[in-house]
Ligand binder design. Structure first.
Ligand SMILES: [Zn+2]
Ligand SMILES: [Zn+2]
Length: 124
């Protein structure tokens, strides 16, 4: 008799979508909720899960938040709740955070330039 077992990471997307105006990039997007967990498997069958963490990702700029596991559990059960700013804890800001765009020529940069390096227009 021998056992095949292992510990792995899993990720599951929850059935949740909420439209929002993103407070990181200022565009329309939606929140997607997913859960990450560790699981122990025996003969490739997950036996138990633990360490569940719930994440929220915006579709506009892929800013990543965590939410309280209590909220996550309610979403996982199918409860139709609304996530507010106070529920979201930023893990990583999205790809458009801190990017400046020149109004004149459209040049974008994430560096701290005062003036556009292409056309010398002041950047805001
Ligand atoms: Zn965004
Ligand atoms: Zn420019």
């Amino acid at each position: 008799m021998f056992f095949i077992f292992g510990i792995s990471n899993g990720r599951k997307q929850l059935d949740y979508h909420q439209s929002t105006v993103c407070n990181v990039c200022g565009r329309y997007g939606s929140y997607q909720v997913f859960m990450e967990y560790m699981f122990f498997s025996l003969f490739f069958i997950p036996v138990f899960k633990w360490n569940k963490t719930y994440f929220v990702k915006t579709s506009c700029c892929e800013t990543l938040y965590t939410i309280d596991s209590e909220l996550g559990r309610r979403i996982a059960k199918g409860e139709n709740l609304t996530l507010g700013e106070e529920d979201l804890h930023v893990v990583q800001r999205g790809r458009y955070f801190g990017i400046k765009r020149c109004r004149q020529c459209g040049y974008t940069t994430d560096e701290d330039f005062q003036y556009c390096p292409k056309c010398a227009q002041p950047l805001i």
